[in-house]
Design a protein around this ligand. Structure first.
Ligand code: FAD
Ligand code: MG
Length: 301
C-alpha cells in the first residue's frame, strides 16, 4: 500500500505534522526510532500548558491522541535510506520498503557533546544548552558556561540574567579586548584554567580545574555542535543551510525543502529549536503537505 505521507521522526515536530494530516483523513505512516533529543531531561519547560512536565509524558500523550485517528500507522524503527521523487518516494525501515507520495523529515538533531569527563552523565540533569529551558530552576546558585568556541560568547553574555556567571574558556575560545570588556559589563567572571572533569552530586555540578581548584555550580551551560540525526535529507538531495551550531535542512516559510514533495520541520530544519517551535513547524509542515496533495500546483509556486 502506498501511504499519502511518510513522516520520519515521531516526536514533537513529526507528531504535530501527523495530527493535521490525520484530521484531514489522510493516510500517514510515522516511522520513529524513539530517541528524542530531550530524553536526558526529566522536566521540559517553556511550552504552554506543559511547563515543568516530563518530556516523555508530553510525547506519550501526543502519541496516544495521534494514534486514535484510524488513518495513522506507527512503525517503531529507524529509517535507513530513502529515495524517489514526488508522488513516489521509498523509505527503507525495519527490513521493508515503504512507499509514500510525500515525505516529512522530522528526525531532529543529535548533540555532539564536549569531550570533558563527567559531562555526558550530567547532560540534561545539570548540564544544559538552553537557558530558557533550564535556567530558571537553578534559582540563586552560581552558573557556569563551558566554552566550545565563538558561539559560547553569546551564552556567556546571556546567563547573567539567570544568575552569577563564570565563563570557563577551557582553551577553546579567547575573548578579545572588546569581548572582555563586554563580559565585564555583564559581571561575568572569566576562568581560563583548563577544565579537567566535572563532578558533584545531587543538584550541584563541580567544575574541576587543571590547577586543582574546583568550582561548585547550580548548573553548567555549554553549546554542543549539532548534526541532523539521520542521513536521509542528504541522500534525497535536499539543500542545507549552515548555522552556528551545525548544518540544518533548508526550508521555506511553508517548511518545503529544496526537493518537491519533501517537507522538513523541528530541530532538523532550524538553526535552533524547542518543543514549542517543533510543534509550530510541524503543524505548518503537515498543513503544507496536505495542501500539496489537494493542489499539486502548490509545489510549483
Ligand atoms: P526530537 O524530539 O529530537 O525527535 C526526533 C525523533 O526522530 C526521535 O524520536 C528520533 O529517534 C527520531 N529519528 C531520528 N532519526 C530517525 C530515523 N532515521 N528514522 C526514524 N526516526 C528517527 N526544549 C524545550 O522546549 N524545553 C525544554 O525544557 C528542553 N529541554 C531540553 C533538554 C535537553 C537536555 C536537550 C538536549 C534539549 C531540550 N530541549 C528543550 C530541546 C528539545 O528537545 C527539541 O527542540 C525538540 O525535541 C525538537 O523536537 P523534534 O521533534 O524536532 O526532534
Ligand atoms: Mg522555520
Amino acid at each position: 500500500m502506498q501511504h499519502e505521507v511518510i513522516i520520519i521522526g515521531g516526536s514533537y515536530a513529526g507528531m504535530a505534522a501527523g495530527l493535521q494530516l490525520a484530521r484531514a483523513k489522510r493516510r500517514v505512516l510515522v516511522i520513529d526510532a524513539g530517541e528524542r533529543r530531550n530524553r536526558f531531561a526529566s522536566t521540559s519547560h517553556g511550552f504552554l500548558t506543559q511547563d515543568g512536565v516530563d518530556p516523555a509524558e508530553i510525547a506519550e500523550r501526543a502519541r496516544r491522541q495521534l494514534l486514535a485517528y484510524p488513518t495513522v500507522e506507527w512503525l517503531e524503527g529507524r529509517a535507513g535510506t530513502a529515495d524517489g521523487d514526488l508522488d513516489d518516494f521509498t523509505v527503507h525501515a525495519a527490513g521493508k520498503a515503504h512507499r509514500g507520495r510525500r515525505l516529512i523529515l522530522a528526525f531532529g538533531v543529535s548533540d555532539q557533546l564536549p569531550d570533558v569527563p563527567g559531562l555526558k552523565q550530567r547532560w540534561g540533569r545539570n548540564v544544559f544548552h538552553c537557558p530558557y529551558c533550564h535556567g530558571y530552576e537553578i534559582g540563586e546558585a552560581p552558573i557556569g558556561v563551558l566554552a566550545t568556541g565563538a558561539i559560547s560568547m553569546h551564552q556567556a553574555m546571556m546567563l547573567p540574567d539567570w544568575g552569577s556567571t563564570t565563563f570557563f574558556t577551557n582553551g577553546t575560545f579567547e575573548p578579545d579586548a572588546d569581548q572582555q570588556a563586554a563580559l565585564a559589563r555583564r559581571g561575568v567572571n572569566v576562568e581560563t584554567q583548563p577544565v579537567r572533569a566535572l563532578g558533584g552530586s545531587g543538584d550541584m555540578v563541580t567544575v574541576e580545574l587543571a590547577d586543582g581548584r574546583s568550582v561548585a555550580l547550580g548548573g553548567l551551560f555549554t553549546a554542543p555542535s549539532t548534526r541532523v540525526a539521520a542521513p536521509l535529507a542528504g541522500q534525497l538531495g535536499c539543500d542545507f543551510d549552515d548555522g552556528p551550531l551545525g548544518a540544518y535542512i533548508r526550508v521555506d516559510a511553508l517548511q518545503m525543502t529544496s526537493r518537491a514533495g519533501i517537507f522538513a520541520c523541528g530541530d532538523a530544519a532550524a538553526m535552533a529549536g524547542s518543543v514549542a517551535l517543533a510543534v509550530g513547524d510541524g503543524t505548518r509542515a503537515g498543513v503544507a503537505a496536505h495542501r500539496s496533495l489537494m493542489f499539486p500546483e502548490f509545489l510549483a509556486a
